[in-house]
Design a protein. Structure first.
Length: 197
């Protein structure tokens, strides 16, 4: 069983608001990302919150995503993505039966359910994978349970799992360039381009 782990705690300083709350085609990015993980076969899905956690929680509740979606707060979210990743993996260790976690970022609306399915297909506790786009590693990232403690031990600042993944002999790249796009949305201008405004 593969859990979805959505990192959605940042303040979105360049965007001017937390990116989890930014709307694309009328839907908050956090809701869009959770729907993508669910449609790609991840269950349960845990959302890691930080900035304006209550507002993001409200957006998730209003979307009625179901009982398999939960949220935790990374109190030290402002330290960077590493803090959110540590908090999320810690929350998942208490759930039985999980072989792996698929880590996704809230500001990647071009990632599709098909990319999620490809990256998780046949995954087990020893799996370590990254989606790739024309050969370039990006997100989402699949972490088999055997790797969680190693990732937590090295997750700091905004590097997330990058240091753990770099040069790891078990790492597999899963090509997703034909079904998804890895571009993040950091500014209002990027959002307007994506929305076709």
């Amino acid at each position: 069983m593969v859990a979805g782990l959505l990192l959605a705690g940042g303040a979105g300083r360049r965007m001017g608001t937390p990116k989890a709350l930014v709307r694309l085609h009328g839907e908050p990015l956090v809701v869009r990302a959770v729907r993508t993980l669910l449609a790609g076969g991840c269950s349960p899905v845990t959302v890691v919150l930080g900035a304006r956690a209550e507002d993001v929680t409200d957006a998730l509740l209003r979307a009625g995503l179901g009982p398999e979606v939960g949220a935790v707060v990374a109190e030290d979210w402002d330290e960077g993505m590493g803090a959110s990743l540590r908090r999320g993996l810690d929350a998942l260790t208490h759930l039985p039966g999980l072989g792996a976690a698929l880590v996704h970022l809230v500001d990647l609306p071009g990632v599709t359910a098909e990319a999620v399915r490809r990256t998780t297909d046949g995954a087990g506790s020893a799996s370590l994978r990254r989606a790739a786009y024309d050969g370039t590693p990006a997100h989402p990232v699949l972490l088999g349970r055997d790797h969680w403690s190693g990732v937590v031990g090295r997750a700091a600042g905004d590097s997330g799992a990058r240091d753990y993944l770099a040069g790891h002999p078990a790492l597999e790249l899963v090509e997703c360039g034909d079904v998804a796009a890895p571009d993040d949305v950091d500014t209002p201008e990027q959002l307007r381009r994506l929305a076709g405004i």
